[in-house]
Design a protein around this ligand. Structure first.
Ligand SMILES: [Zn+2]
Length: 165
């Protein structure tokens, strides 16, 4: 079903039906635009202008623009649906801001003093920030997410194993 997807494809467009998923994909390092408009011509223009692959829960739109159709309502199940399609492109080092899609930048601990709770500052060393909105991300945020993601990977692998046997 997804054979036509270019392996190198890394840019996506999420419509309003999959906003949360889009933000998670950004944290995983994917370039994801989230379009607020429901006007099909706006969506079409965006896809064409930036050569993005549409991700949506709309059967109609997915079919029309050869997009990726998501069927589940739960974010964790949506990730299970989409991650096998996206191959293993996610790299821990290339996270993007969940809010603005901007690649996060390393932030030295001296610069963060006073901006994050003191217990966070004392226990964690790896800070990143979004140069666009200034939001600070630290490992704790990602650990929760990546743990979950690893579980997804494990689940998928064990399922694939079952199929092969
Ligand atoms: Zn940002």
């Amino acid at each position: 079903m997804y054979d036509s997807i270019n392996e190198k494809l890394e840019k996506f467009l999420c419509d309003l039906t999959v906003v949360k998923l889009g933000k998670k994909l950004r944290i995983l390092g994917y370039d994801v635009e989230i379009i607020k408009s429901v006007n099909p011509s706006d969506i079409e223009n965006k896809i064409a202008a930036d050569n993005r692959k549409l991700i949506t829960k709309s059967h109609k739109l997915a079919k029309k623009y050869n997009g990726i159709l998501i069927v589940s309502n739960k974010i964790i199940e949506q990730l299970q649906e989409i991650l096998p399609i996206l191959t293993n492109r996610a790299k821990k080092g290339s996270a993007r801001c969940a809010e603005c899609n901007e690649p996060l930048v390393e932030y030295s601990t001296e610069n963060v003093t006073g901006k994050v709770p003191i217990y966070v500052f004392e226990s964690i060393e790896n800070f990143r920030y979004c140069p666009k909105c200034g939001k600070i991300y630290w490992k704790g945020t990602h650990v929760i997410f990546f743990e979950r993601w690893n579980n997804v990977e494990r689940t998928l692998k064990s399922r694939q194993g079952e199929v092969k046997q």
